[in-house]
Design a protein around this ligand. Structure first.
Ligand code: N1C
Length: 289
């Protein structure tokens, strides 16, 4: 017969050893729950951050953005007489970056670029501005040959930014190299606001006859929604507008100086008391500026 006198049924609640081990168990479970919550939180944070970096539909910031700006700034060689005072490239790069670093890439304002605009102020001589719309490569080819003429990209401000992409984050000083917002994502994105304010400033400074190279292979050579139609035309304070409408060497033109889109452009120019002229051309050699 088993002797039960030396193995009493344990008095669970009263046994101090039992109480300690139960408390330990509770602490252990709480610890595990806390750990799971912390690890889960970190994972969710990393995933959300990654999604946020990749959530826009445009190209991410150009690699080595600051270095590219710095080297473009120091290699800028156009008539130095157009730039008032010495150019401080370190300050210019800093002002460019401060316009979008640590900011929501959908809430950029023209004021954000104000310091950069001040540092890159440039006065182009009267009659020497060439605007363009849907003819970027041709316009640049032309001003390569004619160093006295300036597109926005021949001015320091446009030269710095041409072809680049940039944006940041509201809560960090990093640049987003994965993706940046397009106009479709949000209108107030760093790149769109930049080109709008740069184009506005450039057009405001133009005087005398302003030339614009438009694309005659498009059905609407003058497009009211383009930067030229939406921003530049309305800010011009010049005395005259000369349109060069470039066509293909062969084939029928899609739009001409006598077409309705140019007539519309003429009516806007006349409303601003600007003399208006339009010339159909088949080659840049015909441009007599
Ligand atoms: O919308 P657009 O042309 O009519 O803009 C061209 C017009 C030019 O006269 C320039 O002064 O506006 C200025 N401008 C630039 O200089 C420029 N460089 C690069 C406007 N946009 C510029 N970009 C980029 O090309 C920018 O991303 C913008 O959205 C396009 C506009 O090109 P477009 O439609 O052919």
């Amino acid at each position: 017969m088993a002797d039960t006198s030396f193995s009493p049924v344990p008095q669970r609640e009263e046994d101090p050893g039992y109480r300690v081990s139960r408390r330990n168990k509770i602490w252990f479970v709480l610890g595990v729950v806390l750990l799971v919550l912390v690890v889960g939180g970190v994972v969710v944070w990393v995933v959300l951050r990654h999604m946020k970096r990749n959530s826009w539909h445009g190209r991410g910031t150009t690699a080595n953005f600051s270095l590219v700006l710095q080297s473009r700034c120091s290699s800028y060689r156009r008539d130095p007489q157009t730039v008032p005072g010495p150019v401080d490239c370190t300050k210019i790069v800093e002002a460019f970056e401060n316009a979008f670093i640590f900011k929501d890439p959908c809430k950029i304002t023209e004021e954000d670029y104000e310091p950069l605009l001040k540092l890159t102020k440039q006065s182009i001589p009267c009659g020497k501005v060439l605007l363009w719309s849907k003819t970027k490569a041709m316009a640049h080819r032309f001003t390569q040959q004619r160093q006295d003429l300036f597109t926005l990209e021949d001015a320091l401000l446009g030269y710095l930014a041409d072809g680049l992409s940039w944006c940041g984050f509201p809560d960090s000083n990093a640049m987003n190299y994965q993706s940046c917002p397009t106009r479709g994502d949000c209108k107030e994105n760093p790149v769109s606001v930049f080109w709008d304010v740069a184009s506005k400033t450039f057009a405001q400074g133009a005087c005398g006859v302003v030339n614009v190279l438009l694309n005659g292979t498009r059905s609407n050579a003058f497009d009211e929604n383009s930067t030229f139609g939406r921003v530049e035309l309305h800010t011009l304070k010049a005395s005259a507008l000369h349109v060069w409408l470039l066509h293909d060497q062969e084939g029928e033109p899609s739009d001409t100086c006598s077409g309705s889109s140019i007539a519309h452009l003429e009516s806007i120019a006349s409303g601003k008391s600007m003399t208006f002229n339009c010339q159909d051309i088949k080659s840049l050699d015909e441009m007599r500026v």
